[in-house]
Design a protein around this ligand. Structure first.
Ligand SMILES: [Cu+2]
Length: 136
C-alpha cells in the first residue's frame, strides 16, 4: 500500500468516527449498538450508478469481496465508468444496463470517480476479512 492510501485511510477513520457519532446522536442509542452498523459487507457487493451518482457513495467491504458496479440508467441514459484516483482499478465504459466488477484482494481505501461526470465520486474501504465486528 502506498503512502497516499495510508494517509487516505487515516482520513477516512476520522470521518467514519464522526459519521458514527452523528448517527448515535440522531438515534439516541448506545455507542455499542451503533458500532455494529459499521460491519463491512462481503461477497458480491453491488454499487448502483444512476443519475450521475454512485449509490452508496461510501462502502466498506472485506478483502476477497467482489464489487459490482451496475449502470441502472436506461435507454439513452448515461454511460459511466469507474476509475480509482490512484489507478488501482479502472473500468471500460459501462453503457446503460451494463455492469463491471472488480475483486478486492488487498485492504485499502480508495476514492474513485466516473470520468464522464465530474461530480460523480465515491469511496470504498476494504478491511481484513477476519476483522471482528465492532462492538462484539
Ligand atoms: Cu458517470
Amino acid at each position: 500500500m502506498n503512502r497516499r492510501n495510508q494517509l487516505a485511510r487515516l482520513g477516512l477513520s476520522a470521518a467514519a468516527v464522526v459519521a458514527m457519532m452523528a448517527v448515535v446522536t440522531a438515534a439516541g442509542s448506545s455507542l455499542d449498538a451503533q458500532a455494529s452498523e459499521a460491519v463491512p459487507r462481503h461477497g458480491a457487493v453491488e454499487i448502483v450508478m444512476h443519475d450521475s451518482r454512485f449509490r452508496p457513495d461510501f462502502e466498506i467491504v472485506t478483502v476477497g469481496s467482489t464489487v459490482i458496479w451496475v449502470n441502472q440508467d436506461e435507454g439513452d441514459g448515461s454511460t459511466h465508468d469507474v476509475y480509482a484516483e490512484d489507478g488501482w482499478f479502472s473500468s471500460p465504459p459501462i453503457p446503460p444496463g451494463g455492469q463491471w466488477s472488480f475483486a478486492f484482494d488487498v485492504e485499502g481505501f480508495w476514492t474513485y470517480y466516473c470520468s464522464y461526470h465530474e461530480n460523480m465520486i465515491a469511496q470504498i474501504m476494504v478491511v481484513p476479512a477476519d476483522e471482528p465486528a465492532a462492538g462484539s
